[in-house]
Design a protein. Sequence first.
Length: 503
Amino acid sequence: MSIIAVLALIDVLCAYEVFDLHRSMTSVLIVEAAGGCLAMVCLFRMRHHFSMIIREQEAIYREQAQGFRCDEVTGALARAPLIADCEEALRDRQTGFGYFLHIDLDYLKQINDSYGHAKGDVALRHAANIAKAVAPSAIFGRLGGDEFAMLVAEQPHSEALSFANRYLAQLSMTVWHENQPMNLSASIGVALVLPEIASFDELVHRADLALYESKRNGKAQATLFEVEMMRDHRHTRLIERELRAAILLNELELAYQPLFDGNQEMVGCEALVRWRHSLRGVIPPSDFIPVAERSVLIDLLGEWVLRRACRDMKAFPNLCFNVNFSPNQFKRDNVVAMVEAVLAESGIPAERLVVEITESTAMSDRADVKARLNSLRELGVKIALDDFGAGFSGFAYLQAFPVDIIKIDRAFVSKLGATAASDVMVTALVSVAHAFDVKVVAEGIETESQLELGKLAGADVFQGFFLSRPLSLAGIEALYSARLGSNLLPRSKAKCKALQDVV
């Protein structure tokens, strides 16, 4: 009964003189009873109202808590609750069994850049759905970006790698989005849950090292952590620290491998970085360049090489010079500005610089990478595609990609004269390149026969140990002086070797 209803009842009773508040004690008692009822009704209604508010608020809190726990794109656990749940599972484990997977979706950035983030979100959701399907009881969540993690508890160690490969097999099945096929892959690092692992961080660290091995070996695969990886990791960190110091302290040096035309006249050279460590001696580029490429050191190293090459080449105004650029350098917004600034500071015309790129740079679907290459060409810089034909690169790139020069892979050159098919292949490569106004360098020339056959195939420029090994700057000066003095370089390997000052 509401307040209004009680007051209305009293008015009715008064109107019909059922009671009189001024003269009847009974009337007073009735009013008091009505007031008590009114109070009881009010209390009951208030209690009911507040109960509803509390229940609604609790529902909101539960919904918010669930939202905070879950990644909004994939529905998997978000990073913080994922880590918390994994840490709790490790603390409460009953045995040492189980394994942890660090999953990195391959090429998600290219999908986002090429097709938009909506398609990238489809890829993420598909990766998450596969994980939930193959291991519904596992702790699974998104670490961020293209990375996921999964803790499979109380399972035999022997099944860890086969489980990861089963996930990859399911993931690789074609996904259709808006009537377009999408093929996905992932790189996975697997770490076993062992009794001696004291923290979740240690488990993640081991899985990260295994993940790096998967990426280094070509992606789209799973790798199980091994103790050797820990030692390799420490060695890598040591190389990284010492390389940083070597760059800053100017302790690196450049060697130059000459490039010759069909008359064996030097027309250019390729800059090759060398590291003479004070204690370890010469450290091969294969040891330190991959370390640099995995960090920001590749930017420092790349700029150092370009600056030193520009400084050295000022003495040889008629020579072009090639500088190798890493794929990661072309992902940087400032790469074109850096090249332009270094050329301006050194006074070297842009037309003398040849930027050598790898096939992975050429295959990039990123519009910004192609735009930067085009910007360099607009400056006058020439673009050379190294190791042409070694992988997926083919004739289509000559039309679709902004290159001025191709360097035929030494695998083709080494077979010149060995089989008719190799000779035909090189001749065809040269003919098609020339049709697109692209010059051809035959690299890896190691015999006189290869040189002559390369000329017959129509190659424009030649490079290889038969003509010259990499030289110090003094060696280049000797060759350049000989060119100016006689306008003809030594034609035999024996004569050329006397000038080489090999490094």
